[in-house]
Design a protein around this ligand. Structure first.
Ligand code: NAI
Length: 332
């Protein structure tokens, strides 16, 4: 049995996480879950937003499956997601984006991977009031942080048979911070001659992605651009219910859906659990459980190929439970 930390999260989190747990077990994964409440759920129970026991469990088990966690906008407690990534130094956020059959989307042939730097940039959370009416937010870039994410992107490309890496930046304006990011990417590129290296300014990248997404393979971006562009990329293949992500560091790895807690549909039983199930597949591969990972991936693909039991966000009418049953039926 392999121990895995489980964070249910807020909003649709508990609905999609329990669906994922069911299918992971049915796929034959020998997992021992260690459950913890964090964020709003933990506060409501009178605890801290990020209990030390949850962090310790992630470090001890090395892997975590996580539901989305609500972050209050413009006030209230700071993001638990950002805190987890920084405290555990989960510097690489990897989000594979590709089409699945029968999913309504504007494009076919999308098959790209967003590699987002997860610990620096404007998400450093260093904000203050300079004088009343003037506030400042600092964008941090370090040589170490830029170098390791660039090398990660090229290593990922090499080990996954990818051919091209685009570095996405705004170094024409942010000459120091994005300039450093670009310099480190150029340096890394020299060690991977078989991988084509290109650069694209972030605003142009957005336009290119919604015109010709098939030109992209691996994209490497600093934190904020990566956050925004990965939602954009999810929109290319049917929306946020479809895309999973891994937050990877030397000490631990957290797997989750790209989407948030979706308060508009929470509790209605209609959330698409595909993204978090795909995050489960990534987790299984990470721990070397390739048999269960292949089974679960095939079962998910099978449901999409059949075109039946799809959830509303991708043009079907199934509930979360009906979709989950359809996946389970293919695993039994
Ligand atoms: P969101 O991703 O929760 O929702 C955006 C839209 O996509 C909504 O219309 C929602 O119904 C839809 N959607 C998302 N996931 C879906 C699914 N599985 N099935 C069907 N439809 C789905 O983004 P929003 O509304 O900006 O954020 C809500 C909260 O989530 C915020 O507090 C935010 O901070 C938090 N959040 C947490 C993340 C995490 O824990 N990693 C990531 C993104 C946001």
């Amino acid at each position: 049995m392999r121990e895995v930390t489980l964070l249910h999260g807020d909003g649709i989190g508990p609905e999609v996480i329990s669906a994922a747990r069911e299918v992971l077990e049915a796929a034959g994964a020998q997992l021992q879950w260690r459950d913890f409440a964090v964020g709003q759920e933990a506060l409501d129970a009178g605890g801290e937003i990020l209990p030390a026991a949850a962090l310790e469990s992630i470090e001890r088990t090395g892997v975590c499956l996580k539901g989305p966690i609500t972050t209050p906008v413009g006030e209230g407690f700071p993001s638990v997601n950002v805190a987890l990534r920084k405290r555990l130094d989960l510097y690489a956020n990897v989000r594979p984006v590709y089409n699945l059959p029968h999913v309504r989307s504007r494009f076919s042939g999308v098959d790209l991977v967003v590699v987002r730097e997860n610990t620096e940039g404007l998400y450093s959370g260093i904000e203050h009031e300079v004088v009343p009416g003037v506030v400042e937010s600092l964008k941090i870039a370090t040589e170490k942080g830029c170098r390791r994410i660039a090398r990660f992107a090229f290593d990922y490309a090499r080990s996954h048979g990818r051919r091209r890496v685009h570095s996405v930046h705004k170094a024409n304006i942010m000459k120091l911070t994005d300039g450093l990011f670009l310099r480190m990417a150029r340096e890394a590129a020299k060690d991977y001659p078989e991988i084509e290296y290109r650069e694209v300014i972030v605003d142009n990248a957005c336009m290119q992605l919604v015109m010709k997404p098939e030109q992209f393979d691996v994209l490497v971006l600093e934190n904020l651009y990566g956050d925004i562009l990965s939602d954009l990329c999810a929109g290319l293949v049917g929306g946020l219910g479809m895309v999973a992500g891994a937050n990877l560091g030397e000490r631990a790895a957290i797997f989750e859906a790209v989407h948030g807690s979706a308060p508009d549909i929470a509790g209605k039983g209609i959330a698409n659990p595909t993204a978090v199930m795909m995050a489960g597949v990534m987790l299984l591969r990470h721990i070397g459980a390739s048999g269960p990972a292949d089974r679960l991936q095939a079962a998910l693909l099978g449901v999409y190929e059949s075109g039946q039991h799809l959830t509303r966000d991708v043009g079907g009418s199934a509930s979360t439970a009906e979709f989950t049953q359809a996946v389970l039926a293919r695993l039994r």
